[in-house]
Each structure stands twice: as C-alpha cells, then as structure tokens.
Design a protein around this ligand. Structure first.
Ligand code: NAD
Length: 271
C-alpha cells in the first residue's frame, strides 16, 4: 500500500451553524474524508443528504441520529453541540477509541469530568476556541498579565451573535484563566462576571467580564489592561466561523497518532 488512507471524519450536530461549516472544511481538506453525520433525533435534517444539508451537493450519505454507530464507524468525530450531548458522546468516543474533537462551550464541572474520564481511553481535544489567532492571544494575555502588576485592571469584553446561549463565552473565560495564570491567582477567586446596581468601587486584582449579544457576530474579544495614564488592549475579531472549523480539522489530524489524553489547541499548535 502506498501512502496513508484518508482519516474518516464524522460530525455530530452536522446541521448546526458550526456543523455545516465543519462538513465544508472536511470536504475541502486533504487527508480527511467526510464519512458520516448525525443530528439529534427528531431534527428535520435526519434522513436528508449530508452534502445537501451542508451546501456541498449530493453525497449519498444520509444524516443519521445514531451516535453509537457513528462513533464506531469513523476515525474521528468533530462535535460542536450542547454540553449535555457532548458529555454523553464522550463516553461513546471512549468505548470506540475514536478521536473526539470538541468545540462545545458552557460545560459545567460534572460535564468536564466526563471528558476527562473519556480521555483516559482515547485522545480528546477540547478547546473553547479553535482559531489560531485566539490561541496566540491566550499566550499574549498570560504574558501581559505577568508583566503588568495589579495596578493594571484587567477587563474582558466579548460580543457574539444573537443565537449564542452561554455567557460569558468559553473563550472569554479562557482569556480570564490565562490572565489569572499570568498573575498566579485563581480566576474563580477574582472573577467579577456581572456588575449591576450599587456595586461600590472596583476591587483591586479583580478580573471583570462584559458581554454583548446581537446580529451575526462570529466572535469578538478584547482584553483591556487599564492602568493610570495608559491602557493596553489585546483584541481578536473573527469575521468567519471557518477559522474554528480549520482548527478542528487540524486537531483531528494531529490527534490521529496520539496516546489517550485530554489535549487543547495549544498542544495541537505547538505553543
Ligand atoms: P447550533 O445550535 O447552530 O448547533 C448545534 C447543533 O447540535 C444543532 O444542530 C443541534 O441540533 C445539534 N445537537 C444538539 N444535541 C444533539 C445530540 N444529542 N446529537 C446530535 N446533535 C445534537 O450551535 P453552534 O453555533 O454551531 O455552536 C455549537 C457549540 O459550539 C456552542 O457551544 C458554541 O459556543 C461552540 N462554538 C465553539 C467554537 C470553538 O472554536 N470552540 C466556535 C464556535 C462555536
């Protein structure tokens, strides 16, 4: 045999905003083949052609609703769905020893524990943001937080489209974690996620969050370090969801030969 066969990719939530983007990215990338897609049972896309649902033309692959079968059939699954579904599917990845690339955000502690359990048996790549730019931003924010002391107030702003259901965004929280790591503090102890009413003055060392929702914004994040007499802003603006899909496909290819474990985009990108 010459060369290596294409990595067979399945998409869970294939009719979602990111699901369609992922299908188109897989179809456009060498070394991977779009093999299957599933949706939640009862979703109108179930039974339709996966290529037609994703705007790729007819592929002869019907959208299914059997995730157990999907995980058994493919080499890697890309999943941008809901926290509940993602935690449930991680167990299927563990059983079938399938690479699981997860972009879902808003997972609670119990759901995150489910990902760690699955990662004992199979490679799991989980990142709240799969874009190259945001992952570089995470490193820059950590560096800036290390260099600038508590006299610089850290505030994190994010804006997303009107359909986003969790807040602050997983990326904003990851940026907060990066800033807290740079300062050697725990985000949980210093985060100020909401301000309303008579809040009193800002506490020293706090990391604040501000959230906007509206329109079709793919993702905007600004981390501000506000000092006396100057303000440093580190910003990222995604103008297309394609950057997240590119990262997800890259993560699947990267994870192909990796041992079981829970990985992030920093591992994939080699930062
Ligand atoms: P969406 O609502 O458009 O799509 C989610 C899809 O998952 C829907 O089609 C839904 O029917 C499907 N789904 C739900 N439960 C399912 C189940 N049990 N089985 C199969 N399919 C199921 O949402 P979206 O905008 O595509 O975002 C999805 C997630 O991805 C969100 O958590 C979002 O924050 C996250 N996201 C992450 C990144 C990143 O880079 N990591 C980028 C964009 C979005």
């Amino acid at each position: 045999m010459t060369g290596r066969s294409d990595m067979r990719i399945g998409i869970v939530g294939c009719a979602g905003r990111m699901g369609g983007m992922l299908a188109r990215q897989v179809a456009a990338t060498d070394g991977v083949a779009l093999a299957a897609g599933v949706e939640a049972s009862g979703h109108p896309a179930v039974g339709r052609d996966l290529g037609e649902v994703a705007g790729l033309g007819h592929l002869g692959i019907p959208v299914g609703d059997d995730a157990v079968r999907l995980f058994a059939e493919v080499d890697a699954v890309l999943e941008f769905t809901t926290p509940d579904a993602t935690a449930e599917h991680a167990a299927l990845a563990a059983q079938a020893r399938t690479v699981h690339v997860i972009g879902t955000t808003g997972l609670d502690a119990e759901q995150q524990a489910a990902l760690r359990r699955a990662a004992a048996h199979t490679p799991v790549v989980w990142a709240p943001n799969m874009s190259l730019g945001v992952n570089l931003l995470l490193a820059l924010v950590e560096e800036a937080a290390k260099a600038l002391g508590e006299e610089y107030d850290i505030e994190i702003f994010e804006m997303h489209h009107r359909a986003k259901v969790d807040a602050p965004s997983g990326t904003a929280l990851a940026l907060g974690e990066a800033a807290a790591r740079g300062r050697n503090v725990s985000l949980e102890e210093v985060a100020r996620r909401v301000r309303d009413g008579h809040t009193g003055p800002r506490a020293r060392g706090e990391i604040g969050f501000a959230v906007l929702r509206g329109g079709d914004v793919a993702g905007e994040h600004v981390v501000t370090f506000a000092g006396d007499g100057e303000r440093l802003e580190l910003a990222h603006r995604a103008s297309s969801r394609a950057v997240f899909a590119q990262g997800a496909v890259q993560a699947a290819l990267w994870a192909r030969d990796k041992p079981a474990g829970l990985y992030g985009m920093r591992d994939v990108l080699g930062f």
